[in-house]
Design a protein around this ligand. Structure first.
Ligand SMILES: NC(=O)c1ccc[n+]([C@@H]2O[C@H](COP(=O)([O-])OP(=O)(O)OC[C@H]3O[C@@H](n4cnc5c(N)ncnc54)[C@H](O)[C@@H]3O)[C@@H](O)[C@H]2O)c1
Length: 438
């Protein structure tokens, strides 16, 4: 084996021999699956999180992330391949550090960089030559070179020479059984070509495909393009749904028929509004940044407006459907079936169910919910507990399907319920006068 002569070569050798000590900062939906992939590839992984309860749970061998089964996770803890801590001083012993902390929006729709800044300030206290640092949190183009680089560079730490800095967007799709961290191609861009090379080498040890790009800004923009593309196309079909409602044509049938075109068309579907940590949020990171350059991101603003209107449209549908039965929404019992932001996951972040429930309550309805993945929910500063699905569907004046979990018993629902508003086309194959479709 050739003797390493530079800091870069020494780090490359540690990565190739899998003796590099891997660190992941932020052990949530993104960080924990990533940490597990590197433990599976044979690395010693240290997870760092500010939440003591998460760290204690993980060190007991228990996973709280749906895509990381405890049965698999436990073996990595027992073999000593994974440990978790709240103590950032371990950074000095690590060779690689991936950062996957939250990047929400402030109320003003401006990026909230406080989690990234807090994590990097702690990391920077313990950095030394020979480390690879990769930001994975979704963010605006320019974050890695404008914000992170000045936090890490020192006279003895020159980027591309003494340490290596990259951005690599996380593209995980929670609950997707086909594509998980290991088989989703990993885009990576470094501050210098040496950074990109080492970052790519690192991911190639644990993940199936790596896609190097020329800079951190390109890598940051890739993620924003992907999520903006989805947000705008969903906005388009939501607007189509509003038009079809006026013209009394079935929007779902139109999309399914259009999707038979073997080229040039990709189906997107309408729904009760956007949810999750990515699609409703990330495009505003882009529009915030471009506004500074004097460019207005008009597609993003328009799609945001239309998508934000959908919960109101759903509540109007419920009100009109009750009206057709000579009932008022005020005082009616509405049961919300499914509150997660999408099918078969346990995440309610930004879920449109929260907006629909808020609006229903505001108009005087009595609201209940059931979801096999979610027991309690905060709506309008009050905690709500999930109810018995069968009982509530039978008793409610109207059931509204917000999330189309596979586990729901739809046949029984149609049999028992008095009125159903289906926002997801979950009852596509069932014909019944009780069903009102979006
Ligand atoms: N969830 C997704 O589907 C998804 C997909 C792609 C990208 N992303 C992006 O990945 C990033 C992380 O998202 P997530 O869903 O994993 O969030 P999450 O809330 O599930 O996890 C983030 C973790 O970071 C921890 N944390 C917060 N501040 C910290 C700090 N200063 N130091 C150390 N740990 C800290 C939190 O305690 C939490 O455990 C975000 O930028 C998000 O936009 C998320």
């Amino acid at each position: 084996m050739p003797i390493a002569t530079t800091v870069a070569e020494a780090l490359q050798e540690k990565i190739k021999s899998r003796t590099a000590r891997v660190g992941v900062v932020g052990l949530g939906y993104v960080g924990l699956p990533l940490a597990v992939e590197f433990a599976r590839a044979g690395f010693h992984v240290t997870g760092i999180d500010v939440q003591e309860t998460k760290v204690t749970t993980l060190n007991r061998g228990e996973s709280y992330v749906q895509d990381v089964p405890t049965s698999v996770f436990k073996s990595h803890v027992e073999s000593g391949k994974f440990t978790a801590t709240t103590d950032f001083s371990v950074v000095k012993d690590l060779d690689t550090i991936n950062i996957a902390v939250p990047t929400p929006l402030r109320k003003t729709k401006d990026p909230d960089m406080s989690y990234i800044v807090a994590a990097c300030q702690e990391i920077a206290k313990y950095t030394r030559p020979g480390q690879l640092i990769i930001l994975e949190s979704t963010t605006y183009p320019g974050t890695t070179d404008e914000l992170l680089l000045p936090m890490f560079e020192r006279p003895d730490l020159v980027v591309g020479q003494d340490f290596f800095l990259c951005f690599s967007p996380e593209r995980v799709d929670p609950g997707n059984p086909k594509f998980q961290t290991i088989n989703i191609p990993k885009v990576v861009g470094g501050i210098t070509p040496a950074c990109t090379e080492i970052g790519s080498l690192f991911y190639a040890q644990a993940l199936e495909k790596v896609v190097p790009v020329s800079s951190t800004r390109v890598a940051e923009m890739v993620k924003l393009l992907e999520n903006t593309f989805r947000m705008i196309n969903i906005g388009l079909v939501n607007e189509l749904a509003l038009m079809c409602d006026q013209m009394d044509v079935n929007v779902w049938e139109i999309i399914d028929a259009a999707a038979t075109k073997p080229f040039g068309f990709m189906p997107f579907y309408p729904g009760p509004g956007l949810g999750g940590h990515c699609i409703p949020i990330d495009p505003f990171y882009l529009s915030w940044k471009t506004k500074q350059a004097g460019i207005e991101a008009r597609f993003i603003e328009l799609a945001g407006y239309i998508n934000g209107h959908m919960p109101h449209f759903v509540v109007d549908k419920i009100q009109n459907a009750l009206n057709d039965q000579s009932k008022a929404l005020r005082g009616s019992h509405i049961h919300v079936l499914g509150v997660a932001y999408k099918r078969d996951i346990d995440d309610v972040r930004e879920s449109p169910a929260l907006d629909v429930m808020h609006l229903l309550k505001k108009r005087g309805a009595r609201v209940t919910f059931s979801d096999p993945y979610i027991r309690t929910l905060r709506v309008d500063d009050g905690e709500m507990h999930g109810a018995d699905e069968k009982v509530e569907c039978r008793q409610a004046d109207c059931v509204v399907i917000i999330t189309d979990h596979v586990r729901f018993d739809y046949e029984n629902l149609v049999h028992e319920a008095r009125l159903i508003v289906d926002t997801r086309n979950a009852l596509k194959n069932i014909k019944s006068e009780k069903i009102v479709r979006l």
